[in-house]
Design a protein around this ligand. Structure first.
Ligand code: NAP
Length: 531
């Protein structure tokens, strides 16, 4: 197993760099005790050194052949597995997410890196287009493809300490595209970040690539992140976290002399619409366990948690609500850190004053066991309240949801028409209700990134078709942050006009040996086969 002794230091281009002074420690989510070692804020000089190193490394790495990049991603996956129990144990201490969930998340992280290695080897993602010169139209020779954008600043979220963190979706997509990366460590799990940084550094060394490809900076104040995105060497930002954080970083990017793309994946309420037949004839019964599982997955700390449930006034809807309420409100949950638990208590108390809220007394009493422990909370509201008060659309990060009772299907449609951008929306309906569903589906296509039929939204797949994003405020930037399509966020198309073959990137030359999908004079070709 790899050496995992924690130092409390930043990693800048393969070397440890001590903080000027300690300013924070991670907290054990289960007991509230502080964990060793102490960490501190990266200084402006350290931020600048990491960005300079990332810039020099980028100019070398961008010319490394696809095979070299793919091997790096596979070596990172191997190193993450080799970190073994030490990684899982520290991560559980910092997050209380539990071994089963963390093993699952580690596998997703490893699979993600390996999947991107395949994508890089195939090279189709670069979308090469060749338009040969045409003297009859006086058209010059033009050839374009997607090329890496430059050093990327990455921010991960507290609730996915492996899959959306130091070696998570953004870092892997950026390295796959050919970019270098500077990660701002999440202050909720700094030890996990440090172990993962070790994995990345070892992989970079083993592949004999420039050390500046990766740096990790710690900090608990927002200043580190703000300065990082304003550093002129940074050319794109990948962020996953709260709306407040994403918006603050977007505004910081807006103050730069050079504007750059920022891709922020934030939270949303992920409405679920139940059409009446979907619940009739006991069809509601098997949905209970699935819905409870989706509301409470990761202790309710999922960006895709179903936070708003809309159904029609009918006996089966009321049965579903009663059963789900009983199961969710009877449990207690250990949240990621005291700050998230405090926000959960505050928001649920505010909402409780505005509508019926249900928490079991037994569960509420148990919550004094730790600062991070909270009960499940269910709210009930009417469609009129939902349509009049926008606060029902604000995410409560934790084990909570709102049952909204509608008088008629038209009210569900009215909500869809006025709802904010969301990561997902789900529709439960039977075949007999297809025509009733159509107008809602039509509206939802303009409001969300992923629409689910007869399923709940948690459990995002890392594949080629995934769209994890959505219109603001669910996200900033109309791209997916999960799945192979996310690679494009860290690249940009460049057109070469009138160039001799020898000066063109190999992918754009006429006789390409690798079978990469290219558009040649308007026709797609794979190798020499026209398709
Ligand atoms: P967070 O508090 O926004 O933290 C995320 C990162 O942003 C941290 O590194 C944080 O570091 C930084 N940050 C926050 N505010 C900042 C500011 N004003 N300026 C500069 N940096 C800032 O979010 P979280 O609590 O970790 O995660 C929970 C949220 O993430 C939920 O809303 C959840 O829905 C969302 N989430 C979304 C997705 C998705 O894919 N859409 C996935 C998972 C989670 P500092 O605080 O040290 O600055």
């Amino acid at each position: 197993m790899a050496d995992v002794k924690l130092t409390g230091q930043h990693w800048i281009a393969g070397s440890l760099a001590p903080p000027r002074e300690e300013s924070f420690r991670a907290t054990c989510a289960e007991t509230g005790a502080f964990l060793e070692p102490g960490y501190g804020e990266a200084t402006p000089e350290q931020i600048s050194a990491a960005c300079e190193a990332a810039s020099s490394a980028f100019h070398e790495y961008r010319n490394v052949a696809a095979e070299g990049r793919a091997r790096l991603l596979e070596t990172i996956a191997d190193e993450v597995l080799a970190a073994g129990d030490a990684l899982l144990d520290r991560c559980h201490l910092e997050t209380a997410l539990g071994r089963d969930r963390l093993m699952f998340e580690r596998q997703r992280t490893v699979n993600q890196a390996r999947l991107f290695a395949q994508v890089v080897r195939e090279g189709h993602w670069t979308e090469p287009r060749l338009d040969h010169a045409d003297a009859t139209r006086q058209a010059p020779d033009c050839r374009s493809m997607w090329l890496p954008i430059g050093p990327v600043a990455v921010f991960g979220a507290s609730n996915f300490p492996l899959a959306i963190s130091v070696v998570g979706n953004d870092t892997i997509a950026a390295l796959a595209a050919g970019c270098s990366v500077v990660v701002k460590a999440h202050p909720g799990h700094p030890g996990t970040c440090e172990i993962l940084a070790g994995c990345l550094n070892r992989a970079i060394r083993r592949c004999a690539l420039p050390a500046g490809l990766f740096s990790l900076l710690h900090g608990v104040s927002h200043e580190v992140g703000q300065s990082l995105v304003q550093n002129p060497r940074i050319q794109a930002v990948g962020f996953t976290g709260s709306l407040t954080g994403g918006r603050a970083l977007y505004d910081a990017v807006g103050r730069r002399a050079q504007l750059i793309p920022i891709y922020a994946e934030m939270g949303s309420v992920n409405p679920v619409f139940f059409f009446p037949q979907a619940l009739r004839n006991d069809r509601w019964q098997p949905l209970v366990a699935k819905l409870v599982g989706s509301i409470t997955a990761g202790c309710g700390q999922m960006c895709t948690q179903p936070g708003l449930l809309l159904g029609l006034k009918q006996t089966e809807w009321q049965e579903l609500r009663r059963e789900v309420q009983a199961k969710v409100t009877d449990q207690t949950f250990t949240l990621l850190h005291p700050g998230i638990a405090k926000a959960f208590r505050q928001l649920t108390a505010e909402r409780g004053a505005q509508a019926i809220s249900i928490t079991s007394m037994a569960a509420a009493q148990k919550t004094s066991e730790s600062d991070c422990c909270v009960p499940g909370v269910i709210f009930e509201a009417t469609a009129t309240e939902l349509l009049e008060h926008t606060h029902w659309e604000e995410e409560i990060f934790g084990p909570s949801t709102v049952f909204v009772e509608c008088e008629e299907v038209q009210q569900m449609l009215a909500y869809a028409q006025q709802m904010k951008g969301s990561l997902t929306a789900s529709i439960f309906a039977t075949d007999d209700e297809i025509e009733l569903v159509r107008p809602l589906l039509d509206v939802l296509q303009t409001k969300v990134g992923r629409i689910i039929f007869n399923g709940f939204p948690t459990g995002v797949q890392v594949n080629h078709a995934m769209m994890h994003g959505g219109p603001y405020p669910a996200a900033i930037g109309n791209m997916t942050s999960i799945g192979t399509g996310s690679i494009k966020r860290f690249a940009r198309p460049v057109c070469f006009q009138g160039f001799p073959e020898r000066l063109l990137p190999e992918t754009l030359r006429d006789n390409l040996s690798a079978p990469t999908l290219r558009m040649i004079d308007g026709q797609y070709q794979l190798g020499s086969a026209v398709i």
